[in-house]
Design a protein around this ligand. Sequence first.
Ligand code: FES
Length: 161
Amino acid sequence: MSEEASMEQNSAGEKSGMKRRLFVRTTLGAAGLAYAGALGYPVYRYLAAPVEQAEREAAVTEAVLKDAQKLPPGTALMFRFGARPAMLIHHRDGAWTAFDAVCTHLGCTVRFEPERRRIHCACHGGVYDPKTGANLAGPPPRPLRAYRVKVVEEAVVVSRV
Ligand code: FES
């Protein structure tokens, strides 16, 4: 074999080796990206979920409670304001109030107790004023979020203050 033919054969072997290395690198790079995506996407979803939920909740500004104007005085109606539980109270004196029903302590759902004229959280004994939502006793650090209430002919409209 001539020296020229041998050099051509070596050159062809080097080219083939370079192609193999390029193929292996590309394959490993693609597999690495797929693996990172498989691990990273659930982490991204976990971190983004509270932000997306807050955005969805902020987008809801009003709840129309059909026939709620018929709610007897001294009772309450639980409803959903967006994704959150909320309560509408028709007081014995004819006043209406509405609050977010998520306790400001650790997030349990609160309930109206008309006989004791209070909103109570059974988890740790939190107590709120049913007229103002003010935190009166127990561990809750803040008042309940109050909503605006408008009674119309065939519904009660609850909206953000
Ligand atoms: S969660 Fe309501 S008092 Fe603790």
